[in-house]
Ligand binder design. Structure first.
Ligand SMILES: NC(=O)c1ccc[n+]([C@@H]2O[C@H](COP(=O)([O-])OP(=O)(O)OC[C@H]3O[C@@H](n4cnc5c(N)ncnc54)[C@H](OP(=O)(O)O)[C@@H]3O)[C@@H](O)[C@H]2O)c1
Length: 248
């Protein structure tokens, strides 16, 4: 059982700052297309602001979106939000859910039962871009559920009423930090979902982060690009990714 760390644990602060740090360590802008400001600002609530939440949330801030990064210890997110500027703020998980109808889920998969219990009615109607992956060794019995029923369907069952789109889970946070807005061919990011309007929102946010969305199919198809699936970590352009989809 995990115990809560003290609020001022320096190791923890470094980890939580990793999202911003990983962005800073990315390729210089000269070798990538210039990040364009998004046509319309889309507020986004980030749930789980570690490596992947901090990195993708940071890319959305760079695109001009207001982002509320959340944690069970929001005070520990100060280095992250200070580094990202005025569009970034920190808050609790409840504040992130209330902040927007568009949420980004980036916690360990084992947090889902608690998120389901603690915010039972709050998920209804929310578009949730789900970047989580499930691992037996880390996440406990829910990982077996995800394997049995499909990871997208399992997320949707816990976040009752949410319009779940699987996105940003297929490669590592460091790769997202270094490959965004790649010149000579944007990197494809596979997405999957059952709700057409939610998929459209997710596709736009993939573009705003500096990638090229590829819809793999309905939520049930998300296992194809989850760990163990044939499309996991298949990094390439949309054309290359679609070719692999045809082969695998
Ligand atoms: N890192 C990657 O390269 C990568 C790539 C693709 C997908 N993923 C997936 O993305 C998810 C996050 O991975 P990560 O590497 O970013 O993890 P991480 O750096 O450890 O960050 C996870 C964050 O979730 C928060 N959290 C944990 N339990 C929570 C709970 N019960 N309620 C609310 N927030 C909770 C933690 O903050 P507090 O403890 O302060 O609340 C922490 O900052 C995982 O499912 C992972 O498999 C990761």
């Amino acid at each position: 059982m995990r115990t809560n760390p003290p609020a001022f644990d320096p190791v923890r602060r470094r980890l939580l700052g990793a999202g911003a740090a990983v962005l800073a360590a990315g390729l210089p802008l000269a070798v990538r297309a210039q990040p364009a400001k998004a046509a319309a600002a889309q507020p986004i609530g980030v749930i789980g602001s570690g490596r992947i939440g901090g990195t993708i949330g940071g890319l959305w801030v760079m695109a001009g979106h207001p982002v509320l990064f959340s944690s069970r210890h929001p005070e520990a997110l100060k280095p992250l939000v200070d580094g990202l500027g005025p569009l970034a703020r920190a808050g609790t998980v409840a504040e992130a859910i209330a902040f927007s109808d568009v949420l980004f889920l980036a916690t360990p998969y084992g947090a889902l039962p608690q998120l389901s219990r603690d915010h039972a009615e709050a998920w209804k109607g929310k578009i949730v871009l789900d970047a989580t992956n499930a691992y037996d060794h880390r996440d406990g019995p829910i990982a077996a559920e995800a394997k049995r029923d499909g990871i997208g369907k399992t997320t949707a069952r816990y976040l009752r009423g949410a319009r779940v789109v699987r996105a940003f889970n297929f490669m590592g946070a460091g790769q997202f930090a270094s490959e965004h807005h790649r010149q000579g061919g944007l990197v494809a990011v596979p997405i999957a979902g059952d709700d057409k309007a939610a998929l459209d929102v997710a596709a736009q946010l993939v573009r705003d982060a500096g990638f090229d969305p590829v819809v793999v199919g309905p939520l049930a198809s998300a296992d194809r690009f989850a760990p163990g699936g044939p499309l996991f970590r298949q990094v390439g352009t949309a054309e290359e990714f679609r070719r692999k989809m045809g082969e695998r």
